[in-house]
Design a protein around this ligand. Sequence first.
Ligand code: MC0
Length: 152
Amino acid sequence: MSDSSTPATPFSGLTRLDHVGIACHDLDASIMFYRKTYGFAVEHEEVNEEQGVREAMLRINGTDDGGATYLQLLEPTREDSPVAKFLARNGEGVHHVAFGTADVAASAAGIGDKGVRVLDAEPRRGTADSLITFLHPKDCGGVLTELVQSNH
Ligand code: MC0
């Protein structure tokens, strides 16, 4: 039964699942696992010194909103980085989920107004020149959540 008070699209402007980020100790071994097991190919690889990660984006499918859906494999480049701390505490596994939006600042502002802590005062640079911001996992049911404005 539909509820006429429920908006057709979420107020947040989020349009898709952009990626699932997976923390790993050895990026090359992890890439090999996903290639051999599922046939997923690396579309993009880079080091993001600000975030302290070496990362690979494995494209899963495309969408019609200028973005796509990926697995993001994350290997830490320094011990004080968020991913290194996560690995030390939890071992390898799902690190965060990321939702796509056409306007990351507007989405973050709307979500912040709902009482969720937005971790970046201004959007930062993400993979492939995307714009990103993070939401605190303690305000999101234990899930570190990222918002992504694709550069495509
Ligand atoms: C930490 N916590 C998590 C978590 N990381 N919970 C779920 N998922 C995670 N990934 C929990 C801890 O278990 C702890 O819970 C509490 O949050 C505080 O964690 P902490 O590590 O002791 O302390 P903080 O506050 O220094 O750091 C947590 C925070 C940080 C989420 C604020 O990791 C952060 O700012 N993350 C955003 C940036 C990031 O993760 N970058 C790497 C991906 P308890 O219960 O023990 O208190 S970069 C990326 O993905 C880019 C390149 C891209 O997509 O383009």
